[in-house]
Design a protein around this ligand. Structure first.
Ligand code: ZN
Length: 230
């Protein structure tokens, strides 16, 4: 029987590595992205470019890569209050979390993805959540993700496995995983086309494009440096 997976694909580095991971394991892979009113649109704009790049560079993956879906989740924008959805400075908030935290985001994303998968005949979800060198977002923790998988399995009355290949590896190991999956050409596609900067800054660096100073750029740049140094 054919295996299938739905990848939560934002257009960032982590979700692109997760997509490559899924394409190397499942017979049919579809992708879903969410328009939640994020202030910069660079990430969403990168999605079709990365999908086209994967199809062109990896013929074996092209035959497995199916439909891409973009779902609106403007509830998160309507709730607001985050530096990713509103004109709020990126800083450490009173809760001990950065102001880039969007409450409930990953739980909503996984719920919407599971519902879409239900309609598409796909149970397995793949997401780039990671609690190794992350920003402390509680909805990136393995316990949150696996509890969500349990709730969704009950709510949809079928097993909903959620795969998080990056959960226990750091950013340097994420670059290494990209190289293992698709060689240097996948690493270069990720450098050139994926967007992780909180500001959506297009300034180019050897590790990709970004402002270079936001927490997301700092993580990405430091991980790339460690990856190239080993
Ligand atoms: Zn940045």
């Amino acid at each position: 029987m054919d295996t299938s997976a739905l990848v939560l694909f934002s257009g960032g580095q982590d979700s692109t590595v997760c997509l490559a991971w899924a394409l190397s394991r499942f017979d049919r892979v579809e992708t879903v992205g969410f328009d939640y009113g994020q202030r910069h649109r660079a990430e969403l704009a990168a999605r079709p470019v990365i999908l086209r790049g994967l199809r062109e560079m990896f013929p074996a993956w092209a035959s497995r890569l199916g439909d891409d879906h973009l779902l609106p989740l403007d509830t998160l924008k309507a709730i607001g209050g985050s530096a990713l959805t509103d004109d709020v400075a990126i800083a450490m908030g009173e809760s001990g979390l950065p102001t880039t935290f969007v409450p409930g985001r990953n739980v909503m994303f996984l719920t919407a993805a599971a519902a879409l998968g239900y309609r598409r005949g796909i149970a397995d979800l793949v997401g780039g959540m990671c609690e190794t060198d992350f920003s402390g977002y509680p909805d990136c923790r393995d316990e949150t993700v696996q509890a969500t998988a349990k709730a969704l399995s009950l709510g949809l009355a079928r097993p909903i496995p959620i795969h998080t290949p990056l959960m226990w590896i750091d950013k340097a190991a994420t670059w290494r995983l990209a190289e293992e999956l698709g060689g240097e050409k996948l690493v270069q596609l990720i450098v050139a086309e994926t967007v992780t900067c909180y500001q959506g800054d297009p300034t180019r660096h050897n590790w990709g494009s970004g402002c270079g100073v936001c927490p997301s750029c700092e993580l990405r740049a430091a991980g790339y440096e460690r990856y190239r140094a080993t």
